[in-house]
Design a protein around this ligand. Sequence first.
Ligand code: SF4
Length: 287
Amino acid sequence: MNDFNNNNGSSPLSLEERLAQAEFPKRHATNLLTEFALNTCSILRVEGSDGGYKFVIQLSSGQLVETVLIRHIRNNGHVRYTVCVSSQVGCAKKCSFCATGTMGLKAQLTSGEILEQSIADDDMPSTTETARSRFRVKPNGVIRNVVFMGMGEPMDNYDEVHESLRGLTHQYLFQLNAKHITVSTVGASARKIRLLADEAPQVNLALSLHSAIQESRELLIPSANANPMKSLGESLDYHSTKSGRGAMIEYLLIDKVNDSDAEWTHLRSFVKNGTNTKIYSNIRRCL
Ligand code: SF4
């Protein structure tokens, strides 16, 4: 495997050289070079806190998305970050608990725009030196994980998301281990969950469930009517079989909405009936 920054010990490869070696299908390589290498995104604002940074990013169209860097302090004191990327401007899903859902769908991000959220290296303007120096993905760098939990439903922009997964894991680009990448979905399309299992089985799947009772689930996630619990469970089992790992279930506990005993009983039964599915309770989406 060629080194990411230094090809056979000589001068560092440029992004264009890396892309040229990446053997993307011609159409995608052209798209990536056009959309990614030009650094079409710029950071408008950075908000920092103990938990990390939130970036407001302007796309070339002028539309805005948010990217979040989540800070983890390991037992040895080393700091690592997870990047939470957006895949759409706005979202068509209209989940009742989500601010992005009130915007409607404004635009699909290209694979290049998704990747730019994960690189933002020295070429990218940043409002603070500290943020710039930390906001980069590279082998053995401080960013180890990428999660698709920002604005948008990744499955509604499947082709571009899939292409960005190839870029994130490619040996000439980000070289991320696929097991350090998570795609989160509200589960409205069984077909897309199966497709992800077929095309990117090493990438983690997170299901934003929030209720295992179909009627309650549809109140929180109206699009859930397209994929009832039985079909959803079957698609998760398919993913689990293909990937060899269970999906992560995200469940945002909302007082007097989805915290009853009946909800717990249904959730437990849904998980128990599945193959190798784990619950990490009360995990929130980033945005
Ligand atoms: S929770 Fe996700 S799928 Fe639902 S409206 Fe928000 S961004 Fe869209």
